[in-house]
Design a protein around this ligand. Structure first.
Ligand SMILES: C[S@@+](CC[C@H](N)C(=O)[O-])C[C@H]1O[C@@H](n2cnc3c(N)ncnc32)[C@H](O)[C@@H]1O
Length: 234
């Protein structure tokens, strides 16, 4: 089910990697949320664990992206790899609407969307050793030190990703914030089940496979560099 636009529960306030703000929603996004959601919603995301073969009706590699924003990268990847199945998780409803509009326009059927907290869904609804790739592209940087605890790439998140990847599966993290890149790399390398595909302590060149994202372009306009980290599950 598509969650409502706000979820304020004053008695229970876990530290979240996002702040839910509806923001501006276009007519197209609103229509997509009304009309296209049943087509792209991952059915029964509350099922534990989600049965990907049942959802897509086939056995194919599963790629999961957390925090896809407007879904530009997810859309390009799904379009370019019809032989793979993609799950996108995003809390921001206008972004979910944008992605669905593009999927509809190009008649793309290998994507399902969950509107919710990616870390929670990863933990509670996804079977261990079931994902071929996990993508985290330009997550909210929470640049102020007092907000670093909100960064989604926590030590616990690195372990969680390692739980959920298949052996040989890859986690791909990209950011345009240097201190998040260094902190993320350190946290990922501290997880003994993940091996850096660049030399230890190093960043990977941006793979051709990663389309440019909206936030990446924003960073470029601000003069930021970009750091990619690719970690393989042993
Ligand atoms: C800085 S934006 C980047 C969006 C996109 N990946 C890009 O590069 O353009 C981060 C996105 O992550 C989403 N987000 C943050 N925490 C999340 C979570 N725990 N689960 C799902 N989405 C999350 C935000 O709503 C936001 O759209």
């Amino acid at each position: 089910m598509m969650p409502e636009s706000s979820n304020n529960n004053p008695s229970h306030k876990p530290v979240r990697s996002y702040v839910l703000r509806e923001g501006r929603i276009t007519k197209g996004q609103a229509r997509a949320l009304r009309e296209l959601w049943p087509q792209f919603e991952l059915p029964s995301p509350d099922a534990v664990p989600i049965n990907f073969e049942q959802v897509f009706g086939r056995h194919a590699p599963i790629i999961l992206e957390i925090g896809f924003g407007d879904g530009g990268a997810l859309f390009e990847m799904a379009k370019g790899h019809p032989d793979q199945d993609f799950i996108g998780i995003e809390v921001h409803r206008p972004g979910v609407g944008s992605l669905m509009l593009n999927l509809e326009k190009e008649n793309i059927s290998n994507v399902r969307i969950i509107c919710g907290d990616g870390a929670e869904i990863l933990k509670n609804n996804i079977a261990d050793a079931s994902l071929d790739r996990v993508h985290l592209f330009f997550p909210d940087p929470w640049p102020k030190k007092k907000h670093h605890k909100r960064r989604i790439l926590s030590p616990g998140f690195a372990e969680l990703v390692a739980d959920k990847l298949k052996s040989g599966g890859v986690f791909h993290f990209a950011t345009d914030w240097e201190d998040y890149a260094e902190q993320g790399l350190m946290r990922l390398e501290q997880c003994s089940r993940l091996v850096n595909l660049a030399a230890a302590g190093g960043f990977s060149p941006r793979p051709e496979s990663r389309p440019e994202t909206k936030f990446e372009r924003r960073g470029q306009r601000l003069g930021h560099d970009v750091w990619d980290v690719l970690m393989q599950k042993q």
